[in-house]
Design a protein around this ligand. Structure first.
Ligand code: GLP
Length: 242
């Protein structure tokens, strides 16, 4: 595992954008696994800046997102499709037909079809991840076992509370989500996990220094051969000694 500790959120975002950019520069047809949440917002801004500066061409890039709320239409302002459009896709020259986000209005009994899409793209070259306070990645919540493929999950109270800041009222927050599974994530050739803020320090330590357990879903990343952890000093303060 490679670890980059940056002094600030901005530094973390720049380093993460550089890593994503390197993939695109090396392979114009790269398949990016993308994440939502507040952590990667700065990275997306940096990528848009690089595109506007003429440094990146997204025309051959394909993307697959980790997750989506069940019941939210793509036009809903809190849907992850809307997040991706407004934070990235609307500002770069990616072909929208080559951007995939699980369908929040789709047939939840057939959520696994998303894995066929990932397979048809030839798998994910770089998977970007954030981390929830309870160790979730995508929406893979703490559980008794690791779920392999894309599936529907019931969100935990901790996740609903953490995400309530985006909704007008708690009642509006979807209780279900569709997420790529741990197997789909672990098959990515490289993983880039971003973490920012002191409130993530304890879970980062647990995920990377504690036992590998589905109770801390991110701990499975200890088994991946190509993980890059990019964080600010606060988030990595319990992992890396100064
Ligand atoms: C959500 C997303 C995750 C994300 C997590 C952390 O639950 N499904 O993919 O990593 O939130 O979000 P934040 O970066 O806002 O802390």
């Amino acid at each position: 595992m490679q670890i980059f500790v940056l002094p600030s959120y901005e530094g973390m975002s720049k380093k993460a954008a550089d890593i994503v950019a390197a993939h695109i520069i090396l392979n114009g047809k790269t398949v990016l696994g993308l994440a939502t949440g507040s952590t990667p917002v700065g990275m997306y801004k940096q990528l848009v800046n690089k595109f506007k500066a003429g440094e990146l061409d997204f025309s051959g890039v394909k993307s697959v997102n980790l997750d989506e709320y069940v019941g939210l239409a793509p036009s809903h302002k809190q849907s992850y499709r809307y997040f991706m459009q407004t934070n990235l896709f609307d500002h770069i020259n990616i072909d929208k037909n080559n951007t995939y986000v699980p369908d929040g209005l789709g047939d939840i009994d057939n959520a696994g079809r998303y894995d066929d899409i990932i397979a048809s793209l030839g798998g994910i070259d770089l998977q970007v991840l954030g981390i929830g306070h309870n160790g979730h990645i995508g929406f893979n919540e703490p559980s008794d076992s690791f779920a392999y493929g894309t599936h529907v999950v019931t969100l935990t109270e901790s996740t609903i509370s953490a995400n309530s800041r985006f909704f007008d009222s708690r009642d509006e927050i979807p209780k279900l989500a569709v997420t790529m599974g741990i197997g789909s994530i672990m098959q990515a050739k490289q993983i880039l996990l971003l973490a920012s803020g002191f409130d993530k320090a304890e879970i980062i330590k647990e995920a990377f220094c504690g036992p590998i357990t589905p109770r801390v879903p991110a701990s499975v990343l200890q088994l991946h051969h190509n993980v890059i952890l990019v964080g600010d000093e606060a988030a990595l303060s319990k992992l890396v000694k100064k």
